[in-house]
Design a protein around this ligand. Structure first.
Ligand code: HEM
Length: 220
């Protein structure tokens, strides 16, 4: 008799597997490659932060609106909030001579992305979690490596333009991510609802790729 081979895969592992190719597409988008390759002018990085501010305002307004939702609440933590860091970094960096006189505004891609987050915040807790997961777990993963490279490329510090990649209130990111994955596994989603979350994460990656592409004119 063969030993049983069918081990139940946790939802968090299934989600990571189902979105691996999409992650790779976002990671290797031309804009990210330019950022990681330190070839992007400072204006490109400032523009990215301006786009992120538009997106994270939608995420964090959604978190406030859903704070009492029993499905969403376990995922929420004020330690994740990025809007204050983004606002401070943008204020620091737009004061630098390299970008003085330049104006930055959300691109159509960033507006579409944020509009979708606002739409699902009001209609689908699971789909909201999908967007929350895609950005914040990314920030707590590759985000640190990106932060180190960007910090070196543009001379950033925690006091000057370098706050976005710093999570002061999270002592142990690996433990935080494990707890987050446990919340994914404990969420009361039916198989169909889990499929919806996966589909929305795939869409979230697409929104990110489109956002990055909207900034390619900076030299990606
Ligand atoms: C140069 C760009 C990027 C690099 C180098 C990178 C790198 C990584 C690495 C090494 C991990 C695995 C960490 C671990 O297992 O604990 C990871 C996970 C993750 N990344 Fe990225 N990443 C990049 C871009 C992105 C982007 C653009 C997004 C989303 C918009 C993203 C979202 C995620 C998510 C959600 C996870 C967690 C997957 C899971 O365990 O469920 N990443 N990334």
């Amino acid at each position: 008799m063969n030993p049983p081979t069918a081990t139940a895969t946790s939802f968090s592992a299934a989600l990571a597997n189902a979105t691996r190719t999409a992650h790779s597409g976002a990671e290797h988008s031309p804009f990210m490659a330019a950022l990681m390759g330190k070839t992007l002018p400072l204006a490109g990085y400032v523009d990215l932060l301006v786009q992120y501010l538009h997106v994270y305002r939608a995420l964090e307004d959604g978190a406030a609106a859903l704070a009492d939702d029993p499905v969403v609440a376990p995922f929420l933590s004020s330690a994740l909030n990025r809007v204050p860091a983004l606002e401070a970094d943008i204020a620091d960096l737009t004061a630098r001579p390299e970008v003085s006189g330049m104006t930055f505004a959300p691109t159509e891609a960033a507006v579409r992305y944020a509009d979708r987050i606002r739409e699902v915040s009001a209609s689908s807790p699971g789909r909201y979690v999908a967007h929350h997961y895609t950005r914040y777990l990314g920030d707590l993963s590759g985000g640190f490596a990106i932060g180190r490279l960007v910090g070196a490329a543009y001379g950033l510090s925690p006091e000057d333009g370098g706050r976005f990649a710093i999570f002061d209130a999270i002592d142990d990111p690996a433990a935080f991510k494990n707890a987050y994955r446990s919340s994914l596994d404990a969420a009361p989603w039916s198989p169909d609802q889990q499929d919806e979350v996966v589909a929305e994460v795939l869409d979230a990656y697409r929104f990110n790729v489109e956002l990055f592409a909207s900034l390619d004119h900076h030299g990606a």
